[in-house]
Design a protein around this ligand. Structure first.
Ligand SMILES: [Zn+2]
Length: 220
């Protein structure tokens, strides 16, 4: 079965049903494999003052490549030491790039949901934003969905009853599924979500195909 994976760090994955996350360094070191799709961005954990302006320049250069279907992961993280204002500045530069090239953003969001939502409003950003690794409440999910954005569900669903309840209440078209750091867990994630939604895995895959195509502007 071909599971769609909206966000993975497994760069050895060469399959067009996954969006493989790359840093600028990954891209320069290993390039892009044919028949694969990627997101490219500056993660808040890896903001490096010394290379930042070059990294942004490189992003502008590479981002138009049609195999790069999203910007990211990027965003805000309140659990790291790096100055929050600095994080916002780097995030905002990437929002500008996303708006220019009409590509969605894969978001890393740690204890910064309301700040991220406020930034989207401030920029009147038109691109779709994907809150990856979502593990929040139904109310938060609906706040995101009301903005025209999406959540992406990973391994948290395997162990969080609260997230399972959130998913039970969501429409199929409002969430993506991802493996993030755990490629091997993707079948289990699909299987538990199919159970929660009381549908077959085949039906869930078909729904995810629609979401994947719509959000990443693909036609798979
Ligand atoms: Zn990730």
């Amino acid at each position: 079965m071909k599971f769609f994976d909206a966000h993975t760090h497994n760069t050895s994955t060469a399959n067009k049903f996954a969006v493989v996350n790359l840093t600028i360094k990954d891209l320069k070191n290993s390039g892009l494999k044919p028949n694969s799709f990627y997101s490219l961005g500056i993660h808040p954990w890896y903001i490096d003052e010394k290379t930042l302006s070059r990294d942004i320049d490189d992003m502008q250069t590479f981002i138009s490549n049609p195999q790069i279907v999203a910007i990211g992961e990027c965003g805000l993280d309140k659990l790291i030491k790096l100055d929050f204002k600095k994080q916002i500045a780097v995030f905002e530069q990437q929002i500008v790039i996303a708006e220019k090239v009409n590509k969605p953003i894969v978001l890393h969001t740690v204890r910064s949901y309301q700040e991220t939502i406020a930034i989207k409003r401030k920029y009147k950003a038109k691109q779709k934003w994907i809150y990856h690794g979502f593990a929040g409440s139904y109310e938060l999910a609906m706040q995101i969905i009301a903005m025209g954005d999406f959540i992406s569900i990973g391994t948290s669903v395997l162990k969080s009853p609260k997230l399972q309840q959130t998913i039970a209440q969501l429409k199929m078209e409002h969430f993506l599924i991802e493996s993030d750091e755990h490629s091997d867990q993707l079948p289990s994630i699909y299987s538990i979500i199919a159970k929660i939604k009381q549908c077959s895995i085949e039906f869930l895959i078909a729904q995810q195909r629609n979401n994947f195509n719509r959000i990443f502007n693909l036609d798979l």
